[in-house]
Each structure stands twice: as C-alpha cells, then as structure tokens.
Ligand binder design. Structure first.
Ligand SMILES: [Zn+2]
Ligand SMILES: [Zn+2]
Length: 925
C-alpha cells in the first residue's frame, strides 16, 4: 500500500520556501513558511486568534467579500457562474439540498460525461446544512445557510483511453495552492501565519489528496484534489478502509466559506455579528433587549472565551458555560440569562436567511422532501421568535433576508410564510391535547418521555420538544431531549436509497444496444418494421427487444402504448412497454422468435388520446403557474385515456374561481392552435436559457435533453409523445381539484374527446336529476335546495311527533298496567316500537318518578327497556336480566337504565305478566 505523502510535495511549496512539519500536539502534517512553527494551527491545537484582532486590514461585508473573491478569480482567467438553486433535487435525484458547490456538477460533469458550463470557473454557491441546525446561534460559529465560494477546474489525463467531455489539463495542485496564497496576499493577510494541513479527502466513491487552509485558528478553505475512485484492486487505502486508484479525470474542488472570510475580516466575537449585523440590531430592538456597558463587555468577553474553546456542538456549550462563568467571575445563571436570548436571536437571523433561500428558490412547505425541511426550519424559527419575544411578523423577517439576497418573488415568499404560520397554529391547537395525554401517561413513572415519542409528535403533529418540556413540567413528567433533535428529524427525511433489484436487472441488459426510438421522429405514425434482437422469458409471457420501435414505453407519467407485433403468420399482443437504460422491452403474450423480421402496429386511437392528454398536462401546468404564481411546480403527474391528473406544489387550496381561470388560460392556448415543437439542445444550454424549471417531471439523464415547446408559452424537458399543434386537443376540462397531501393540490382533467365525454356525463346527471324533480335543468339547484329545506323540516316534525306519541303512551296507553311497589308506581307496558321509541317512553315514565318496564315484539324478537328513577332501590340491569331470560336471551346494564332481549316473541306477554313479581322480589333483595 502506498500513502499519499508524495502527493503533497509541491514545486510551489519548495519555490516559496515552505517547510513540512508535524504538529507537536496532534501529529498532523502541515506546510508553513514559518520554520519555527510547531503547531498545526487548527483548534484544539490553537485558538481563534482573530477575534478582536482581524486577519485582514479592512473589514468586509458579506457582499463585499463575495465580490472580492469572485473578481479575484475572474481576473485570473476564471468564468463567473451564477449560483444554482439550494434545492439540489431539481437537477439530481440522490440528494435534497445543495451542500457544496461541487453538487452543481455532479454526477455528469465530474464523471466526464458532460462538459462544465465553463472551465475553469468560479462561483459563490448558497448551501444549506441541516446537520448544523441545533448548533446555530449557540456555538458562535455554525450557520445553517452559508455560501461556499469556489473555483473549479476539470482535467483529463493525456493517456486517457476513453473520450471525455473535456480534454487535457487546465491546472492542478500547484496552481490551486498558488491562487489561495495570492488571494490571502491580495486581502492583506500575514502569509507567515497560514498553514496548509495535509488531510486526504474521501466521499461518495471518490477520493484524493486535500489540504485544509488554516489562518489565525480558523479553517478558511479546503482544497480538494478529486482524482481517485474506489477500486478493489487499488493501491491506496484511504481512511474509510477502502482501496482506491487514480481516474482518468481529475478535478480541482475548492471551498472557501464566505461567512468565515467575512468574519475573519471583522474579528467580531461571533460569526453572526459579522454577517447579520442589521438583522441582529433589528431583532434586539424589537425584542426589547438592552444591555448596560458592563453587560455588553461581559457578553463580549464570554463570546471571545467560547471562541477560544473547542466547541463543536451544543453539548460542549453547556459544559463550557460553567468554565466561562468561572473565568469571568460571574454567576453562571446570570451569564445564561444574558446570553441565551442572544443565541436565539442569532438563530432567528440565520433561519430567516435559510428560509429566504428555500422559498426564493421555489420550495413549497409540505410533508415530504425539501418541503418538509423548509417546514421544519419555519416552525423552529416561529418557536424561537415567540420564546425571545420578537413581535415582528415572521414574513417580514424572511423578507428582509430575501431582499438582501435579491430575490424577485418576494410577495410569494411572504404569502407562503403567512400561510404556513396559520397552518402551524392550527396544528399546535390540535397537538397540545396529545402532549397532555402523553405527559399524564409518563407522569407517574420514573421514565422520561422517550425520544421516539418526541420524534413522532414532531413528525405527525409538528410539536417541538421545548413545548413538550413545558407541558410535561406542568404535569410532572420528565422529558429527555437529545441535543441533536432537529438533525435527527432531518435525517429521517433526507435518506434517498436505490434498490439492489434494479441494479441486477440492468446488468442483464447491458450487452444490448439502445433501441432506436422512432416515436420521436413522427409522433403520429403507428406502423413500423424491426428485427427481434432478443427475447427474455418472464414468469408470464416474454420481453422482446427490437432494434427500433414505435411503441412508447411507460415514462414521465405517460402509460405505455399497446398494439401488436407480427412475425410471418404469428401475431402477438403488446401488453406493456418499459425502458431500461435506453433498451425498450415489449412485454408480449407469445414468443415471436429471436432474429425474426417483424411488423409493429401501435393502437393509434389510444396513442392519440395519450398525446392529447400529455400536451394538455403541459398546458394545465402552464396555466396553473400563470394563475397561482411562479412557485407552482409539478409534484407528480399521471396521464390516462379518460382523464389525467397533475399534482402541483401549492401552499393553499385552489378556489373555484382559480379553477375556472386555469381552464380559461389552457383553452385559450388550445384555440390559438400554436405549434408544439421538440428540440434536443445540450443540457447546459437548456439550463442556462430556461433554468431548472425545465425539469418539472424529474431530471432526465444524458448530455442532451429533449425540450417540448408549446408555442412561446411553455417549455419543459419531457420524453413523452405530444400533438403537433394545440388545436388537436380540441378542449380541456378540469374535472376536480383535491388536496392529496399538505402543500400538494391535485388537478384532475380531461382532454379532447374525453373532455366532451366528461362534460356529457356531468350533463346527463343533471338531466336525470331534473327529470326526477320535474323541472328545467337550470332550475335544479334552486329546486334541490328547496326540497332539501323541506326534507329537513319534515325530519324535525317526525322527531317531535315521535316524542308526543311516546308521552301519550306513557300517560296511559292501552296496554299499560300500573302496579304499586311499596309506594312507588311501576308501569309495565307492551309497545311494539323500535328501540328509540322504547327508550323515549321509558324516559318519560322515569321523569314522572315511575319505574318503567317496556317490552316490544317488533322486528321478530322480544326486547325490554327498564328505567328506574333516582332513589328507588331496584336494579334495572337485574330486571332486564331476569325478563330476557324468559324470552331465551340475556341483557343487562347499569342500575338506573338497562336494555336486553331474546328471540322468543311468543313468551313476551308471559314475561311482562311476571314483571310485577320480578320487581317485588328484586326490591326485597
Ligand atoms: Zn495540531
Ligand atoms: Zn411532459
């Protein structure tokens, strides 16, 4: 095994007079200009020495530092690239949020399949790291939202055997370190104080040498040289225990934390004061937090001390608090009371910026994916705002950040925040009862409410742990809240996995060429000729692979084509069509024979209906964005023959007026009969021109993407089959809208013939109703309302008649017999009514102060109801038990009111005749 030591022996280090040292404290190898240096410079081996002693002569704001970085690299031959959205799942399906600038170029650019947008390039990429959510505000240095400034260069080896989308070397390690050094110099840093620590990098199947750049105690940059891939036969063993070998491509992947650099230039006690000064001033004032000079100095000294400590998470903060209070000679409770509200304010500023990025980039809160993460951040922020007593509306706080970040959709952002706050309030009202019940359950025990319950309360009811703690304390229950609670929640929602089954299937098909797809040449054609390349046995039927096909495989929510394949005399039915890695599998009921020359016939009517529905889906999506706003994105779609559905991310219910407007906009495009064009541009050109909104139906693979343009109105990356002109759709009818989950609205609609059929069905129903009511169809609503009111009135009348009848019966019906029981009157009566009537009658007697024994033979069985007024010592349950026994059954109930019965109706009268004796016996007992 080799190690990577030689990889760090750079000419640049030698020319500049650097020496290699090993840290006398932690043993890490590092490079420095200071020949006497013994320590690597990174905490815990060294302190943050830039607090109150900035590392650059001039203070920079975030915006100034970003500009300084980007223009430095522009001046050094790099092209400046616009940042990508924070929702990385819009161009790749293995992650949710953007966490580093290299995410923008994975997986296709890093693998060499597609060229980068520029080479070399520089970017300042907004990122969100949910893992740090619990630390934000408390440690003084963690932020959840941050910008990773970077420069990247994409290289391939001269002797590469394959063709790659970029060729040759732009620059590599020496130049990368030289740039870093020069950037420091241009900002006026003391180069003697910089250390370059050797720290090999491993991640996502790749690896390479990497350098951490430390200045005055802070890690300011990471220079990663991605040049190896996992290889069982590789000669380098890395820290993950796997072996690696060199790849044909080698990539410069750097990361310079914008917040750290800004902080370094200001030397404030915490990073938050350097990057959110305005927001912090505003929040402090709003929450009425004022400090005396003495308090201010105490807070500053405490922050500086904690800056010097090795604080990586909240745990350490609490431990350190005692130490710091001790060193400052103050009471720890006093320190906590001073510092905690500030910590909340720092977190609010950070979370508001995170939300501005999320909503600005079009994430809509929901219970899945990025929508869930946004919801979680918003709820946590709301909680913090309430705790610290900030009364500025949350939408205003988020808007302050959105404005600073230059987002144009600020009205939508505010609307989303307000709607989400309303939903949260409702959830809390419902959820607090749950917590009370849970607290009561654990109150008597030694056990605290377990973490699993907390996670469940949060996931299902949005209840945050501090609220559980409050309620539990009131009810005497304990709660153990893990320090990384929110990170745990985020973890539960961030996992995306791939199935092993799929991988296995792919392997089977690897040797077959990609099927030529004729349906893109002429989407209206239904006949073709082809050669059977292979036939796979399946449990039921066969999968046939042809050299070319007109059959559209299921994909993008569009069902597969159907039809027939004919080989000589044999015709087989195509029951399903699927595509795996470019190979189209025709699922058929019989084997047409490998190597046969065949003719294919696609079911044209089915194809036409699907084309019309597919293009209509694009029109509905376009119309919805026009009517509801630009934040609307597709959450899913399913095209069908009779109707289709489109799921849209939207934060509230779609109103009836909005439905009509969507229908109007969509049908206007149909009437305009605009052309529907397809083109296959390079994905980067397409992304640059139209943005990631192209990928409404998911991200397609490949260097080139197929775009569907509907006139000039709408463009989407889409693999489906479409009409040639929108006029062919004829008509689009929205059938209904419904919420499928929080934050996702489903629009069900029909197109072409199906739209007319759907309208006819609705009309038929209306005509049927009109015939029954014997009125004109247009008068149905009014008539129905009148009938309904009358019907309700009659129901009430029947109720009161029943009551009157019961009272009449009680006051001496024909079969009623009154007996005296030691001064109390008992009424024994047969009344063949339903259970309601029996109970009403018994109640009427009991209210008169009488014992009631009511029997009924209605419905083919015998039943009894017995009621006993207060103060009479007879057990109604026992009476029913006895009487029911006489009709072959059983029953019972509480002592004041009971019911029961049995199958023997003929014995009912005898049982009632025996009732006086039964009552007397039970009274004596
Ligand atoms: Zn060290
Ligand atoms: Zn489509």
């Amino acid at each position: 095994m080799s190690d990577l030591e030689a990889e760090y022996r750079l000419d640049y280090f030698e020319e500049e007079g650097f020496v290699r040292r090993e840290c006398s404290s932690c043993g890490a190898a590092f490079w420095t200009r200071d020949v006497d240096r013994e320590l690597c410079g990174e905490p815990p081996c060294a302190d943050y020495s830039f607090i109150d002693d900035p590392g650059f002569p001039e203070p920079y704001t975030l915006a100034e530092m970003r500009e300084a970085f980007l223009s430095f690299f522009e001046d050094h031959g790099h092209e400046r690239i616009d940042p990508y959205p924070v929702a990385a799942n819009r161009w790749r399906d293995d992650v949710l949020l953007t966490q580093a600038s290299i995410y923008d170029f994975q997986p296709l650019v890093t693998s060499g399949e597609t060229p980068p947008p520029a080479n070399p390039l520089t970017i300042s990429q907004p990122c969100i790291r949910m893992q740090d959510i619990d630390n934000v505000g408390k440690t003084g240095r963690h932020t959840m939202a941050f910008e990773m400034m970077a420069h990247h260069a994409f290289n391939t080896r001269e002797d590469a055997e394959q063709d790659y989308a970029y060729e040759g070397e732009v620059y590599w390690k020496d130049q990368t370190v030289a740039y870093c050094d020069e950037l420091f110099e241009s900002l006026g840093a003391d180069l003697e104080e910089i250390t370059y620590i050797e720290d090999p990098w491993v991640g996502g199947g790749n690896a390479g040498p990497a350098i951490e750049v430390i200045y005055k105690g802070a890690e300011l940059a990471t220079l990663v040289f991605m040049c190896m891939e996992r290889d069982p036969d590789g000669e380098y063993e890395m820290k993950d225990g796997h072996t690696y070998s060199f790849m044909d491509t080698y990539i410069v992947d750097t990361g310079y934390g914008l917040e750290r650099w800004t902080w370094m230039s200001q030397g404030t006690a915490t990073v938050y004061e350097a990057i959110y000064p305005d927001a912090i001033d505003f929040l402090k004032e709003n929450a009425g937090i004022e400090h005396t000079d003495e308090e201010r100095s105490l807070i500053h000294r405490a922050a500086k001390l904690s800056g010097r400590l090795d604080i990586d998470d909240v745990d350490d903060v609490e431990d350190a608090r005692d130490d710091i209070a001790d060193k400052l000679g103050v009471d720890v409770d006093r320190l906590r009371a001073l510092v905690e509200p500030l910590e909340d304010i720092y977190a609010i500023a950070d979370h508001s910026r995170t939300l501005a990025y999320m909503f600005g980039d079009g994430i809509v809160p929901s219970n899945v994916g990025t929508g869930y993460l946004a919801r979680m951040v918003l709820r946590r922020t709301k909680r913090l705002v309430d705790t610290v007593g900030v009364d500025a509306p949350l939408d205003e706080l988020v808007d302050m950040q959105a404005e600073r970040l230059g987002y144009e959709n600020r009205d939508t952002i505010r609307e989303i925040v307000r709607t989400e706050e309303r939903k949260y309030r409702k959830t809390l009202e419902r959820g607090s009862r749950k917590v009370e019940a849970l607290a009561d359950e654990y109150a008597g025990t030694d056990e605290p409410i377990p973490t699993a319950e907390l996670l469940e309360l949060y996931d299902s009811h949005g209840i945050q742990p501090d609220m559980v703690v409050e309620i539990a304390a009131e009810r005497g229950a304990d709660v153990d809240v893990p320090d990384d609670f929110y990170a745990l929640v985020a973890d539960r929602h961030e996992e995306i996995g791939a199935s092993a089954e799929e991988e296995e299937r792919d392997e089977r098909l690897r040797d077959l060429p990609e099927t030529e797809k004729l349906y893109y040449d002429d989407q209206g054609r239904t006949e073709f000729e082809a050669i059977v390349l292979d036939v796979f046995d399946r449990e039921e039927g066969y999968d046939v692979v042809l050299d070319q096909t007109m059959f559209y495989p299921e994909g993008g929510g569009q069902p597969a084509d159907r039809g027939q394949i004919t080989a000589g005399e044999t015709t087989v039915d195509v029951l399903d069509v699927q595509e795996v890695d470019g190979v189209v599998l025709h699922h058929v009921d019989d084997d047409p024979g490998k190597g046969e020359f065949v003719r294919g016939q696609v079911d044209g009517e089915r194809r036409d209906r699907l084309r019309a529905h597919h293009t209509a889906t694009h029109l509905i999506g376009h119309a919805a964005r026009e009517v509801l706003g630009d934040h609307v994105r597709q959450a899913g779609a399913q095209k069908g023959l009779d109707s289709s559905r489109l799921d849209l991310r939207h934060f509230e219910r779609i109103t009836r007026e909005q439905v009509r407007e969507i229908e109007r906009v969509a049908n206007e495009l149909v009437r305009d009969d605009v052309p529907v064009r397809q083109e296959w541009p390079h994905r980067h050109e397409a992304e640059a021109e139209h943005g990631f909104d192209l990928y409404q139906g998911g991200v397609p693979p490949g260097t080139n993407v197929r775009l569907i343009h509907v006139g000039d109105a709408d463009v989407q990356a889409c693999a489906g089959t479409h009409v040639e002109r929108t006029g062919e759709i004829g008509a689009i009818k929205v059938l209904k809208t419904e919420p499928v989950q929080d934050g996702v609205e489903r629009v069900v609609f029909a197109a072409a013939g199906a739209a007319i059929e759907a309208t006819q069905r609705t009309e038929d129903a209306l005509y049927d109703a009109a015939a029954t009511l014997d009125v004109d169809p247009l008068d149905v609503p009014e008539t129905a309302e009148r009938f309904f009111e009358e019907w309700k009135g009659r129901g009430k009348e029947i109720e009161s008649l029943k009551e009157a009848l019961a009272e009449a019966r009680a006051s001496g019906g024909a079969d009623a017999e009154e007996v005296d029981l030691d001064g109390t009157t008992a009424v024994i009566q047969r009344l063949d009514g339903d259970a309601d009537e029996l109970r009403a009658t018994a109640n009427a007697h009991v209210e008169d102060g009488k014992v009631a024994v009511i029997g009924s033979g209605a419905g083919g069985s015998a039943s009894f109801v017995v009621g006993v007024p207060d103060g009479v010592e007879i057990n109604a349950g026992a009476v029913v038990g006895d009487l029911a026994g006489r009709v072959g059954g059983g029953g019972g109930g509480p002592p004041d009111f009971a019911q029961g019965g049995g199958p023997d109706v003929d014995a009912l009268d005898d049982a009632l005749a025996a009732a006086p004796d039964v009552l007397r016996t039970l009274q004596e007992a």
